[in-house]
Design a protein around this ligand. Structure first.
Ligand code: HEC
Length: 241
């Protein structure tokens, strides 16, 4: 085994690299916070309530198979957008499997109560169009295989790069060697677990708790690695030796 006497530690780095690594970690840290906020705003609201819950994860991946997206919106996020009796007619139409023959009756209701927001400029689904309303009236099966494949590979590639560099920097910290190895490998293990849990939840909603744990695992490892690296790059205890 090769003994490294003068191992390069974070405290011994030149100012150039400390500034570079600090800049990188600050921006990545901000990015991770934004990712967390985005999860709260998209998945977190899937059940119509603020905050990430097990139901949100089940709805996002497995879907809400007790009803369609249209119905769950009309009784959830969109419930204040039309009077009770209008929503009743809309929900009836949805439950009747969205018959085109009745569109002349319900179409104008969508036009009147929904189209001012759900127009072509908003990026929201144009619910006053028959084919759009029809597809939203289908039972919600959650994330499609196509979208899961896309998000999975972006996630695996992107996040492993982030933690390659974060781990590289943290690898130069003075730290208990066993814990160092655990902390460096944790994000990769949890990354795979996290992505696997989406697929598992897609087919077995009981697996949603794994998704919760997955995100928690690499957030924790990241916080320890970030805090340690910043401290050892800038606090005199490590830099003055
Ligand atoms: C004041 C603006 C506004 C009005 C009026 C409105 N919506 Fe929405 N709707 C939104 C916004 C914004 C979202 C996206 C919210 C989100 O995802 O958190 C949305 C989301 C939805 C979704 C979910 C779309 C998806 O793909 O996830 C459905 C379905 C929906 N609305 C149906 C309706 C219906 C039906 C009406 C009429 C009764 C209506 N909305 C009226 C603003 C509006």
């Amino acid at each position: 085994m090769i003994e490294m006497k003068d191992e390069l530690t974070l405290g011994k780095l030149s100012q150039t690299y400390r500034v570079l690594f600090t800049g990188f970690m600050l921006v990545i840290g901000l990015g991770l916070c934004m990712a967390g906020a985005q999860i709260m705003l998209t998945h977190g609201m899937a059940d119509g309530k603020v905050g990430l819950s097990m139901n949100d994860i089940v709805y996002s991946y497995y879907g809400n198979r007790s009803g369609s997206k249209m119905e769950s919106s009309l009784t959830g996020k969109m419930k204040d957008k039309a009077p009770e009796e209008v929503k009743f007619i809309m929900i009836q139409w949805v439950r009747d499997e969205a018959p085109a023959a009745e569109w002349e009756k319900v179409g104008p209701l969508f036009e009147k109560h929904c189209a001012n927001c759900h127009d072509s400029e908003s990026g929201l689904p144009e619910v006053a169009k028959l084919e759009v309303a029809k597809s939203l009236a289908e039972v919600d099966h959650g994330a499609s295989i196509a979208s899961l494949t896309r998000v999975s590979h972006i996630h695996l590639f992107g996040i492993s790069f982030i933690f390659l560099f974060v781990g590289w920097i943290f690898g130069m910290a003075e730290f208990n060697q066993t814990w160092k190895l655990i902390l460096i490998s944790t994000p990769f293990a949890f990354l795979v677990l996290d992505v696997a849990s989406w697929w598992l939840t897609k087919f077995w909603p009981g697996c949603a708790w794994i998704t919760m744990i997955g995100g928690l695992g690499y957030s924790l490892a990241a916080v320890v690695m970030f805090a340690t690296s910043f401290a050892q790059m800038w606090l005199p205890r490590w830099t003055k030796k």
